[in-house]
Write a protein that binds this ligand. Structure first.
Ligand code: PEP
Ligand code: MN
Length: 327
């Protein structure tokens, strides 16, 4: 961290600040200029509050040299993280495709879709049993019954399952059935849920919040990791912008940014990013082209009757076509 002091700050004020920082464990190197003094801090600056220091009377500005996240940073973990779900690898040189319905609607539906996506080459099954819906009157998911159907689909196909935990009350039951726990966009900064997800002993798929910066997203990952869970998979799913033609705006630039500053695997979800099934195919290809570790795609055997997100769901035949093209 670098602190630029205001011009002509009295010597005793600079010394006071240096002392204050040394008490906090920092090594402080001062550069005295003609007008300005600059303090270079060495040590663990993650616990320092940049805005607070910036608010001091004699401080002109404060710049962070390092990111505020550590465990998620490539600086401290140069090699890519590879997560192994019973032999299915996410990250590294692998391209992972997670597919399945937005919501588990019935035993037959989820088993049928699971068989279709497996045939097409998906290696992980998705399906929501607890749904974070914008309207309380919309289908809220089948709850634990839905988790049981997912488990049946896993037994039939051998596909590991990822499903969302939406609150502290139900995360334990989700963890009982899921191979990967999904934390959705709406809960990306639910810090109590993130901490619990960090303690529960299952890999976590962390979606980007719809108005989260990349730094906020990685700080959310840091919450999970700081509880001892290093198996975090990031998933870009579009952010809110002024554009209304698509449901969200897919931020593909997040992929190379994450690759540069973090070692965590990153997937792209073009279904929630666009809200339109026709756009899933081109953006899936775009995502792979810019270096994503894989995709999360909604597939439904009868999209026009889906209880959730039918407009963005691919029919199995279209998903098969997409997989063939990606391969
Ligand atoms: C989902 O994947 O089912 C979902 C609700 O996605 P998001 O949290 O990205 O909106
Ligand atoms: Mn959905």
């Amino acid at each position: 961290m670098i602190i630029v002091m205001k011009a002509k700050t009295p010597r005793e004020d600079i010394d006071k600040l240096i002392k204050n920082l040394e008490v906090k464990g920092m090594e402080v190197h001062e550069t005295i200029g003609f007008n300005y003094s600059i303090l270079g801090l060495i040590g663990d600056t993650t616990k320092l509050n940049k805005e607070q220091i910036e608010s001091y009377d004699n401080v002109e500005k404060v710049m962070r040299v390092q990111h505020p996240f550590k465990l998620a940073s490539r600086l401290f973990h140069p090699e890519n993280t590879v997560i192994d779900i019973d032999g299915t690898k996410i990250g590294g040189d692998n391209i992972t495709v997670i597919a399945g319905p937005c919501s588990v609607e019935s035993r037959e539906q989820v088993i049928e879709v699971a068989q279709d996506v497996k045939k097409a080459g998906a290696t992980i099954l998705r399906g929501g049993a607890y749904k974070p819906r914008s309207s309380p009157y919309s289908f809220q998911g089948l709850g634990e019954e839905g988790l049981k159907f997912l488990l049946e689909a896993k037994k039939v196909t051998g596909l590991p399952i990822v499903t969302e935990a939406i609150c502290l009350d139900t995360i334990e039951v989700v963890a009982k059935y899921a191979d990967i726990i999904q934390i959705g966009a709406r809960n990306m900064q639910n810090f109590a849920l993130l901490k619990k997800a960090g303690q529960i002993g299952k890999p976590v798929l962390l979606k980007r919040g719809m108005s989260a910066t990349i730094e906020e997203w990685l700080m959310a990952a840091e919450y999970i990791m700081s509880e001892g869970n290093k198996d975090v998979i990031l998933c870009e799913r579009g952010i809110r912008t002024f554009e209304t033609y698509t449901r969200n705006t897919l931020d593909l630039s997040a992929v190379p940014v994450i690759k540069e500053i973090s070692h965590l695997p990153i997937l792209v979800d073009p279904s929630h990013a666009t809200g339109k099934w026709r756009m899933v195919r081109p953006l899936s290809k775009g995502a792979i082209a810019v270096g994503a570790d894989g995709l999360m795609i909604e597939v439904h055997n009868n999209p026009s009757c889906a209880l959730c997100d039918g407009a963005q769901s691919l029919k199995p035949s279209k998903f098969q076509q997409l997989m063939d093209e990606i391969l």
